[in-house]
Design a protein around this ligand. Structure first.
Ligand code: GMT
Length: 372
């Protein structure tokens, strides 16, 4: 098949999922065309089946805001027409679903039919999409898609709750390529972060308000008061300065390694003993799945779709949003008992296997076939 994938090219979960999906489809022989404003950060592989089309908006002085959506629509029309694509798969509804709808209509006027699949990822529904400034367009674009998928049951339920959706939404969960997590851990690597055998907690996110990264620091502060530990922070975003302020206030900066944006988190995750995910809302929690694939149990909140990924008392523990005491207690329960921690590591990996790429990829391929 010739597939067009529209996504955000950034470190955000939706972009990561879209990119990994495209890479996996290309490996199976499909021709995959990424259409977005810059080269996707996770697209670090080369294949004769992978193509990239840059959407570039020229900087015209009349515009206070550049009309990205229109330029994307025009680019979709051209790529579908000249590359003879069979379908368009757009990730994250805003503005990709409406841009695809516009392109579809233009192509239809030229006698070309192109099926559009919209995959909902989370904040496009739970935060941004339901805002009155987007809602009518998002509702329309979702209903006009030929197929709609959501990454968790929770997100599917939220979509029906917040929008008037007449379309059937299929849940296709996010996935993990466990092949990428098969490498030997070199003990010296761990020593560079925890030289005296301290325990290691890790957090990965885009440091937005919704992630409650301050809670990560507060939980970590309670942990390290009981057991010598270090915290690795991966990612960057608007909350960074608040985090710096809080670590000074708590006097924890010396125990925190901030690594910024990392292209291959699978190389660092295996160094950790626990993963902390303190989000206010989370449709799925891809970073938790990545941690579990690296045999790292997850201490998380119980919001949105996280409970579909992290299993209470098996792959980790779940607490109410903001319940720092409970999250710290659960973390210590694991960190203070080596054999228990080992068991949870194995359990986390078992749980990750449920989302193995080979199980999820056929769901997308079947959906594509059904539309052609
Ligand atoms: O979490 C973010 O802020 C990024 C966002 C995105 O769209 O890139 O992530 C969402 O999609 C991911 C991939 O499907 C999910 O794993 C995340 O849970 C979801 N984030 C939220 O719902 C907050």
């Amino acid at each position: 098949m010739k597939i067009g994938i529209v996504c955000y090219p950034t470190f955000g979960g939706s972009g990561v999922v879209a990119t990994e999906l495209g890479i996996a489809l290309a490996k199976k022989g499909h021709k995959v065309h990424f259409i977005t404003y810059s080269h996707p950060v996770r697209l670090d592989t080369y294949s004769e089946n992978l193509f990239f089309h840059e959407v570039r908006v020229s900087d015209y002085p009349l515009f206070e805001y550049q009309p990205y959506e229109l330029v994307l629509s025009s680019m979709l029309v051209n790529v579908v027409k000249y590359e003879k694509l069979d379908l368009l798969h757009v990730h994250y509804a805003i503005p990709h679903a409406s841009a695809a709808y516009m392109a579809k209509q233009i192509l239809a006027s030229q006698g070309i039919f192109i099926p559009v699949i919209t995959t909902l990822h989370g904040t496009d529904i739970t935060l941004l999409g339901k805002d009155a400034s987007f809602e009518p367009v998002i509702t329309f674009a979702i209903n006009q898609s030929d197929a709609v998928t959501a990454v968790s049951e929770s997100l599917k339920a939220d979509t029906y709750a917040y929008f008037k959706i007449i379309k059937e939404i299929q849940v296709i969960p996010n996935f993990i390529n466990l092949e990428e997590y098969k490498f030997e851990l070199i003990p010296e690597q761990r020593l560079s972060y925890a030289p005296y055998g301290e325990k290691i907690a890790i957090h990965i996110s885009n440091f937005r308000k919704v992630k409650r990264v301050e809670d990560v620091l507060r939980v970590f502060d309670k942990i390290r008061k009981k057991i010598p530990s270090k915290l690795i922070l991966i990612g960057d975003g608007p909350e960074r300065s608040n985090i710096q302020r809080l670590c000074r206030e708590l006097d924890t900066c010396g125990d925190i390694h901030s690594l910024g944006k990392v292209v291959s988190p699978e190389k660092i995750l295996p160094l950790a003993d626990i993963f902390l995910l303190t989000s206010e809302t989370e449709s799925f929690g891809l970073s938790a799945l990545e941690a579990m694939a690296a045999k790292v149990p997850v201490i998380s909140t119980n919001t949105g779709g996280i409970s579909e990924v992290n299993k209470q008392g098996f792959s980790g523990f779940l607490s109410n949003v903001g319940d720092i005491e409970d999250m710290a207690k659960n973390a210590l329960f694991l960190l203070e008992d080596e054999s228990r921690l080992k068991q949870f590591r194995e359990n986390a990996y078992e749980q990750a296997k449920k989302f193995e790429l080979s199980r999820i990829l056929p769901m997308y391929e079947n959906l594509y076939s059904s539309l052609m």
